[in-house]
Design a protein around this ligand. Structure first.
Ligand code: NI
Length: 135
């Protein structure tokens, strides 16, 4: 661990402390570490480096052949799909999450292909990681 000091206007610090309270941080250091990690993950994403993340989507399982199409898209991207989990949300809808790991562009293409399938709703990609860049 290394320490460094930061200078900032008191109004900005007040807002930061409010952010800490709202998110349940015990101290400023942990909050700063998280902000830095998020910035590095964003940077890896922007630079097209390897990222990890989760694609979440809901679909109507009565929609003709949709389940097959979802599976086909996942198989096409088998090299970046680490795992999937399926939940029967209600009588008509399924929720799936696909945990993904790969180059930012490939991950974006996979998420877009799932989103574009007719009958797939509220598809979202959340990129997450340690902030360490592995490629
Ligand atoms: Ni289901």
């Amino acid at each position: 661990m290394q320490r460094f000091s930061v200078s900032l206007e008191s109004s900005l610090l007040d807002r930061f402390d409010t952010h800490l309270d709202q998110h349940g941080y015990g101290n400023r250091s942990e909050a700063v570490r998280d902000l830095i990690r998020d910035a590095l993950v964003d940077e890896a994403w922007q630079a097209g480096k390897e990222v990890t993340g989760v694609i979440t989507y809901v679909y109507d399982h009565h929609q003709r052949q949709l389940q097959d199409r979802v599976t086909e898209v996942q198989h096409h991207h088998h090299d970046i799909v680490v795992a999937t989990t399926h939940v029967h949300l209600d009588h008509d809808h399924c929720l799936e999450v696909a945990i993904v790991k790969g180059q930012a562009e490939q991950v974006r293409v996979l998420a877009d292909q799932l989103k574009a399938l007719r009958g797939v709703q509220s598809a979202r990609l959340a990129v997450a990681g340690t902030g360490r860049v592995s490629s």
